[in-house]
Design a protein around this ligand. Structure first.
Ligand code: OOG
Ligand code: MG
Length: 253
């Protein structure tokens, strides 16, 4: 009952593009309940016809943990309604206070039934790409506890994925940057993602098992930002550049 109510509050904030008070300010709940609220709020999206397209990992880099003051791995769900096409538009009016962060994205080649090691993950991926995740906390001031952010589907709001590249190439120590109007505003390395982006994918398989989520062929897995996120403003052209993997970008309108 409580879970349904809290999930509806989150979902309504998404639909209205209006922030709400942190759920933890109203009621106390634990991590398992946070994930139950996340699942229930996603169900409301599925009921409207949205489709699950994969998972995202969060707080896989020190830069992100420091920026948001939260220190634990989190994961959320991505739907087709969040996808922006490469070079497409992000309309600010549909979001509350969106931020962008540069990421690496994996494409899954076959269903994953159990927990995989970083080594084993390589046999389940047929593409890797530069990507941008747009996060838009549904909470006032973009402030939250770990429980709050998980309940809010880890701030997931939108994503753009660049062209798929050969996943057998090395992903260690690739330079990653976020550019606004052609100028780098954040720079980092793929090593910032748990020391190796494949480890983030392995963590996604572990958490999927733990929470009963299924990873299917064609799903995408976002490994988490390598740098801090930046606030978006109308008129910006935003791009993530990943060494050897190319770019992903959109325009803010
Ligand atoms: C939570 C989402 C974190 C990442 O890549 O670390 C995340 C947030 O920062 O609002 O997506
Ligand atoms: Mg992210």
């Amino acid at each position: 009952m409580e879970i349904t109510k809290l999930a509806q509050a989150i979902d309504q904030a998404v639909l209205d593009a209006k922030p709400i008070q942190q759920l933890s300010a109203q009621t106390e709940f634990d991590l398992d309940t946070s994930y139950a609220i996340q699942a229930a709020s996603l169900q409301l999206r599925y009921d409207r016809g949205e489709k699950l397209i994969g998972l995202k990992m969060g707080f896989t880099s020190e830069a992100k943990m420091k920026q948001m003051g939260v220190h634990d791995l989190i994961w959320g769900r991505l739907t087709d309604a969040m996808l922006i096409e490469q070079g497409g538009e992000l309309p600010l009016s549909k979001f509350i206070h969106p931020r962008a962060e540069p990421e690496i994205c994996f494409r899954v080649s076959k269903a994953i039934e159990g927990e995989l090691t970083a080594e084993e993950c390589r046999n389940y991926v047929d593409g890797v790409a530069a990507a941008i995740e747009v996060i838009d906390s549904r909470y006032e001031q973009f402030k939250f506890s770990l429980e709050d952010v998980i309940a809010d589907n880890c701030s997931s709001a939108a994503l753009v994925i660049g062209d798929w590249q050969d996943p057998t190439q090395p992903l260690a120590d690739l330079s990653i940057s976020l550019e606004v109007n052609g100028e780098a505003v954040q720079t980092g390395s793929s090593d910032a993602i748990l020391g190796d982006p494949w480890k983030s994918m392995a963590a996604a398989t572990r958490l999927a098992v733990k929470y009963g989520e299924h990873i299917k062929a064609g799903d995408v897995i976002m490994a988490g930002a390598a740098t801090s996120a930046i606030f978006l403003e109308a008129g910006q052209s935003v791009a993530a550049q990943v060494q050897n993997l190319g770019a992903a970008g959109f325009n803010v309108s």
